[in-house]
Design a protein around this ligand. Structure first.
Ligand code: ADP
Ligand code: MG
Length: 387
């Protein structure tokens, strides 16, 4: 991929596709993480002497229709404060014009008809807004849309922004010739959403750790009673196949030996730690137990590279956070290069202030899952084609 950092753009207009899709409540931004992640790229472009036009989507408006609640105006204001300069909003493509040193945001790209279906005409117009098109929205790289893929194909010069480069490099360290042993930790709610990931990673990893609802399905596949736990009865056969494949390949796939159970998933519940053979019929598994924590830590201690997606339990509700936090703490203090992806896993690592100690925290949930599934992401393929 051609990299924005290497380009001379003095006096030029740079168009940057970013992911500024921040959560909002009544017009107020409730978490500005994505704006903070995007900021270094904007600053880089301004410091290089360019004029900057930003493009992003926000929420899910009806395509082609303006709706105040999905306007990027609050984002522009927030960015303006962070940059210490006014950031205006262009409602129409024809208003998206800047001088060097200025920064402007095009209104929510989903207000423009043709974004979702990657309309060539819209893509060309976006590409023509500037001299260079920078794709920096990793979180949207798995969607072939006008602003993510089409414009990259059509711009005079297209390149990857620094955030995109960091993401691709971090996952590259996991997926291409990683330092071994390589471990994957796959937790979270459902096997069904991560079947592709499990199967693809099995081809690559030396260790596969499972947790959460996913581990419950594996335990049920082994014939354990899982009470009222979240698990997927339709996927028992798939789980057995995965275990067999791991065995054939010599990949370690330990299962929990003990679990934390409760009658309900609610805070302040009485929780009981039991062996996996002893889950009561009227209780649900909500976390891994302390013996499992120790077992997982021991298996992971020699790993040189780890990719982690999905919590070990229902960590949002205490006391069911303990297994996930213990694992995260071990990883944070360990030697391995750890990449964390997945919305909830990242939220957990951030909640317990462990993010800074990880190797890389991905900004793209869906996009990172597709990378781990071994899929080619349309925007990345387009960037590679333009290198
Ligand atoms: P990620 O966003 O990191 O990819 P997922 O979305 O797959 O992760 O799963 C996260 C969700 O799974 C969390 O909301 C968590 O509470 C839930 N979860 C994990 N383990 C359990 C469990 N044993 N029972 C019920 N829910 C669980
Ligand atoms: Mg999630």
């Amino acid at each position: 991929m051609k990299k924005f950092v290497d380009l001379d753009v003095r006096g030029k207009t740079v168009v940057i596709r970013q992911d500024l899709n921040v959560p909002m409540k009544n017009g107020t931004i409730t978490n500005d993480k994505r704006i903070r992640a995007a900021l270094p790229t904007v600053k880089m472009a301004l410091e290089k002497g360019a004029g900057v036009i930003l493009i992003s989507h926000l929420g899910r408006p009806v395509e082609g229709e303006y709706a105040e609640e999905f306007s990027l105006k609050p984002v522009a204001e927030h960015l303006g404060k962070a940059l210490g300069m006014p950031v205006s909003v262009a409602r129409e493509l024809s208003e998206a014009k800047v001088q060097p040193g200025q920064c402007l945001i095009l209104e929510n790209i989903r207000f423009f008809k043709g974004e979702k279906k990657n309309d060539p005409e819209l893509a060309q117009k976006l590409a023509d807004l500037g001299d260079v098109y920078v794709m920096d929205a990793f979180g949207t790289a798995h969607r072939a849309q006008a602003s993510t893929e089409g414009a990259v194909r059509r711009a005079k010069i297209a390149c990857a922004g620094p955030l995109m480069v960091s993401e691709v490099e971090a996952f590259g360290r996991v997926l291409n010739a990683p330092k071994r042993p390589l471990a994957a930790i796959i937790g979270g709610a459902k096997v069904s959403t991560k079947l592709g990931v499990l199967n693809n990673l099995l081809e690559k990893v030396d260790i596969l750790i499972v947790g959460g609802g996913i581990a419950n399905t594996f335990l049920a596949a082994m014939g354990h009673s899982v009470g009222t736990s979240l698990y997927e009865p339709d996927l028992l056969e798939e789980a057995r196949k995965i275990m067999q494949k791991a065995k054939d390949k010599g990949c370690k796939l330990p299962l929990p030996v003990d679990v934390v159970t409760a009658k309900e998933l609610a805070s302040g519940q009485k929780s009981t730690e039991v062996a996996v053979e002893q889950v009561p019929a009227d209780a649900m598994i909500l976390d891994i137990g302390s013996k499992t924590e120790a077992l997982y830590a021991d298996i992971l201690k020699d790993a040189k590279t780890v990719v982690w997606n999905g919590p070990m339990g229902a960590f949002e509700t205490e006391p069911f956070h303990k297994g996930t936090v213990a694992l995260a703490t071990d990883l944070a203090n360990g030697q391995a290069f750890v990449v964390v992806g997945g919305g909830d896993s990242v939220a957990c690592v951030e909640k317990y202030a462990l993010a800074d100690k990880m190797g890389y925290i991905s900004t793209g949930g869906g996009a990172s899952l597709e990378l781990l599934e071994g899929k080619e992401l349309p925007a990345i393929a387009a960037l590679e084609a333009r290198s």
